[in-house]
Design a protein around this ligand. Structure first.
Ligand SMILES: [Zn+2]
Length: 286
């Protein structure tokens, strides 16, 4: 039998506050062109496909941040290093809006497909790039949620506070690695707009468009069911997808639903990471 080297993890801690049952972390992955170009340099000539992606930084991010601002909802914005270099306005808009900025690799290549050195360089280059904007990121999300143990260990070695890539729970927990401790904030494919809305002719990384009303139903049903058991609902949005008008409206409706419940709160990923690490006895620098 093949052994799996699972890192040691804590049981979910009493991380919710004030009798709340559900915390919603709204997260926005500003991928822009990076997932396409990561599939091959020749896609630099596929202008229509790249323009589909460029809708994110050109228009979609601003629309989504406007929805969040008008609803007074905090959010975490995950930005790949390449996006920060190509579209500096995305980092500036997120930081100036008071949102948490985290990172999402440099080139959007998936850790599981990279050598150990490449994985570490991806993390280092992305942090260095965001630092040039005055951002000190404390959290990471693996491109395509294809985490590898080398990347996880390197995040801990660099003193990061959390990851949001593993799917073995719907509550946050603490990973104890030889290099240090990381809070894990589990996402899920069903709460990611990519699986619902992504269509380009090529590369073959998504060929599906469903009505926003169906997506609103999917997310709303998970929110309402989580109110029975309690949990962390990590909503993942991409500006080139959810920034389209009817989809941004569905997000507004989801927020309106969630804000109608007394036992549901919104928080950034960093806020939840701080809580879960503090509950596990980890001192957190201010
Ligand atoms: Zn991504």
């Amino acid at each position: 039998m093949i052994e799996i080297d699972w890192p040691e993890r804590s049981e979910p801690a009493p991380w919710r506050r004030d009798g709340g049952k559900v915390v919603v972390c709204v997260t926005i992955d500003v991928d822009a062109e990076s997932p396409i170009l990561a599939r091959g340099d020749h896609y630099a000539e596929h202008l229509s496909t790249l323009s589909h992606q460029a809708f994110g930084p050109r228009k979609g991010l601003d629309r989504l941040l406007g929805v969040l601002r008008s609803s007074d909802v905090p959010a975490t914005i995950f930005i790949p290093g390449e996006t920060a270099v190509r579209w500096p306005s995305t980092v500036e808009a997120a930081a100036e809006g008071g949102y948490e900025v985290a990172f999402h690799g440099f080139s959007h290549r998936h850790p599981v497909h990279l050598s150990a050195d490449e994985q570490r360089r991806e993390v280092d280059a992305a942090i260095e790039t965001l630092t040039r904007f005055g951002v000190d990121p404390v959290g990471y999300r693996a491109p395509n949620w294809e985490m590898h143990s080398v990347t996880l260990e390197h995040l801990a070695a660099r003193g990061l506070r959390y990851d949001s890539s593993l799917m073995d729970d719907d509550e946050p927990y603490v990973l104890s690695l030889a290099e240090g401790r990381l809070a894990e904030l589990p996402p899920h494919w069903s709460l990611d707009d990519w699986e619902q809305y992504f269509f380009v002719p090529e590369p073959d990384i998504g060929q599906r468009i469903v009505p926003p009303s169906q997506v609103l139903q999917l997310w709303s049903e998970e929110l309402e069911a989580m109110r029975r058991w309690g949990g962390l609902l990590v909503l993942t949005l991409h500006p080139f997808l959810s920034g389209r008008a009817s989809r941004a409206r569905a997000l507004e409706q989801f927020i309106e639903l969630a804000q109608g419940y007394d036992d549901v709160e919104f928080a950034t990923c960093d806020e939840i990471a701080r809580r879960v690490l503090a509950d596990q006895g980890e001192p957190i620098a201010p």
